[in-house]
Design a protein around this ligand. Sequence first.
Ligand SMILES: O=C(O)[C@H](O)CO
Length: 366
Amino acid sequence: MTVLTVVIAPDSFKGTAPAQNAARAIADGWASVRPADRLVLLPMADGGEGTLDAFDTAVPHARRMPVEVQGPDNQPVASSWLLLPDGTGVVELANTSGLTLLNPLRPLDAHTLGFGQAIGAALDHGVDRLLLALGGSASTDGGAGAMAALGALFVDATNRPIRLGNRGLGTLAKADLTGLRELPAGGAQILCDVTNPLLGPNGAAAVFGPQKGATEAQVRGLESNLTRLARLIRVDPSLPGAGAAGGTAFGLLAWGATLAPGAAAIGEALGVPAALAGASVLITGEGRFDAQSAAGKVPSYLLQLAADAGVPAMLVAGSIEADTAAFAVAQSLTTIAGSGALAMADPLRSLRAAGAALAREVDSAR
Ligand SMILES: O=C(O)[C@H](O)CO
């Protein structure tokens, strides 16, 4: 049997399996069928949940820097940012102000203050450059909470600071950004998980408000409050990615950060293009493969890279709700387990089964 080099680079299966565990389980399944193959595990992220872990796994001598921040519901969160050996600080919104930190959801009041506090801690440490990972947020505050932590002042018509969260933006009369802390010498790059603009039918409120618990009427309120913020800040709200993490990208752009698609920037940092150059096959995956997956998410980014390298790509997803014709083979964990609930109950088992199934199908895929 020919020995194959298999690059296994899934995103996290959100809420069920971190990318590291998913990659390991797929690899175990593959090895149970084709034990001689060379398996290269490169767990991925797109800027959302798991981004810090992806850098931590991939960059030797990265250091976790603990920080306690005020979570999206004001509760203290024991979090961390990552210091890379070249002096870059990686700060993740999902582990400071993320959706998974909230129960119950607070679509109107959740905020990003804690993310800004973690950025502040990295600046206090003296980082040379910042990578700011955006996605998986609980809030739709346009980044106002993070900016406030970094020195911006948002006040109402009576000059009193507005309350945190999108609801507070409803009383916003003035945004004073003059007190914002300086960017580090090497600048700040936003790694965003989506390409949505801030406002409109594809914007932060309309597309991501419902997953943060907003009703239809509340989405309209979120949109109108974001519009109020956008009128007071000189950043183009239609920029692709400005709507990432409830519009936090929009706020950080006003700070002077630059915007990059998260999956590509993280893939580069992890050395995925180089790994694919010598690969026989790529396996990628995520929790739900749907229409959004095409908008800069991990599988679509890797599919393109694999096509450029002439490497067949295979997909594993918790559920498949979009066309997978571009992949040589696609496996749905829901189909393997018998139902979505069964797949979620023991995701690693289903991922191992998917890895084994892909290994059995690889000859027809190449
Ligand atoms: O956090 C969010 O709103 C989504 O992940 C899109 O960035």
